[in-house]
Design a binder for this molecule. Structure first.
Ligand SMILES: CC(=O)N[C@@H]1[C@@H](OP(=O)(O)OP(=O)(O)OC[C@H]2O[C@@H](n3ccc(=O)[nH]c3=O)[C@H](O)[C@@H]2O)O[C@H](CO)[C@@H](O)[C@@H]1O
Length: 385
């Protein structure tokens, strides 16, 4: 019988936790692995709420989040913090996900410790190292280090092949974010206690009405670093114009804690006091998914939300100039408009005016079984060793 392989998961933000939690849970249930989790806590509260929801208790916590955190400070913090963890754990594989600074610095720290890196959600590219910034460079750098690459889709695999990575080191798996999404949707459908938990979580912010038969609403998220400044002014003024034009439709905007995002919202949206604009704290993952299921249109610059909304049959307007996820755009479910006031207003209005038409959705990004494919592939290495 082959020895258990030791997997060290390293992650630090809300989206990484959402996309790695299903892999951690499946690895713990698998039997072929010893599993160790180290969080950098590049985000703190938003990370903890996801860990609690999935019941993932990290063995190591670098607790790196600081006010006014810089990318340089974070990178060096992850490198220095991980070195002793790697020394102690001595993993066979270090798993990192996506494109955060934690993923890049985690992969580099693993390389310095001569541990193999497996990259979950590999191969996403826009071709522009400043969009998204710093994510495009982070994921290219992880790609240069990784021994095994798990792209979610065939176009992401093609990007890796173009960069000269051998096809024997690539496996298309689907996105693990869709594993998490379907898991949550199933729990919401099957478990009344889970629905009660969502209602209780939304009640203090007065948001329960959005999970019942609500009047139509648009769910908004925005946080991309390259839109800070002029981009956020355009995003906020577009939302203001939509609030005025559609008084019978609500706009629900959980505001990301980054001060650049909060500042723009306070300057361009708060003073008008729109009755149909609901500004709230970021939502926990479970209530956020419940709201997405009920939304008419989703307006976002998020990568994960761009994958989730069409998987739930919701049309999405993407406030970015470029995207590494053209699969949804090609289907007509995703409208790429940039952080541009006129184009945001036109796209959202187009969807609202067409009787809130939603498509049937599609699983362009995953079928809910990505985690098992990843683990079967890593288990195969153990058997060959
Ligand atoms: C450039 C790019 O596309 N990069 C992505 C980036 O992340 P992102 O843009 O997807 O980040 P966010 O938008 O912060 O998170 C999204 C998640 O958060 C949930 N959500 C949202 C609002 C809320 O109030 N409550 C919530 O729970 C939501 O359902 C979703 O699952 O990093 C990831 C990590 O490496 C990569 O995978 C990834 O490519």
């Amino acid at each position: 019988m082959p020895a258990l392989q030791k997997l060290l998961f390293v992650f630090g933000t809300r989206p990484e936790a959402i996309k790695l939690a299903p892999v951690v849970l499946a690895a713990r249930a698998h039997g072929g692995f010893e599993v160790v989790v180290c969080v950098t806590a590049q985000h703190r509260e938003m990370l903890d709420s996801v860990l609690a929801f999935f019941g993932v208790n990290p063995e190591y916590d670098l607790n790196l989040m600081k006010p006014g955190q810089t990318l340089t400070g974070l990178t060096t913090g992850v490198l220095e913090g991980l070195a002793p963890v790697l020394e102690q754990v001595r993993p066979d594989w270090v798993l990192v996900q996506g494109d955060t600074t934690t993923a890049f610095a985690g992969a580099l720290a693993a390389f310095y410790a001569k541990a193999k890196v497996a990259h979950v959600e590999a191969g996403l590219r826009t071709g522009n190292i400043y969009e998204p910034f710093p994510e495009e460079m982070n994921r290219k750098l992880v790609g240069a280090i990784a021994e095994m690459h798990f792209p979610p889709t065939a176009p992401a695999q093609a990007n890796l092949l173009r960069e000269g990575i051998s096809e024997t080191r690539i496996l298309v798996t689907g996105n693990t974010g869709i594993d998490a999404l379907y898991l949550v949707r199933e729990r919401l459908q099957a478990d009344p206690a889970c629905r009660a938990q969502v209602a209780a979580a939304l009640e203090p912010q007065g948001l329960n009405r959005f999970i019942g038969p609500a009047r139509p609403f648009v769910l908004v998220t925005a946080h991309r670093r390259e839109s800070f400044g002029a981009g956020f002014e355009a995003i906020c003024t577009a939302i203001a114009e939509l609030c005025t034009r559609y008084p019978a439709i609500d706009f629900v905007f959980p505001v990301h804690p980054n001060p650049a995002v909060r500042g723009a919202v306070e300057r361009f949206l708060v003073p008008a006091g729109f009755a149909n604009l609901v500004l709230c704290q970021p939502l926990d993952y479970l209530p956020f998914v419940a709201m997405m299921i009920n939304a008419s249109v989703v307006l976002t610059d998020s990568g994960g939300v761009q994958e989730e909304a069409p998987s739930l049959g919701k049309p999405v307007v993407v406030m970015r100039d470029v995207t590494e996820r053209m699969e949804g755009a090609a289907s007509g479910m995703v409208h790429l408009v940039g952080p541009n006031r006129e184009r945001i207003v036109a796209a959202v209005a187009g969807l609202l005016d067409s009787e809130l038409r939603a498509g049937s959705g599609g699983n362009f990004y995953g079928d809910g079984h990505a985690s098992l494919r990843i683990l079967d592939s890593l288990a195969g290495f153990g058997e060959r060793a």
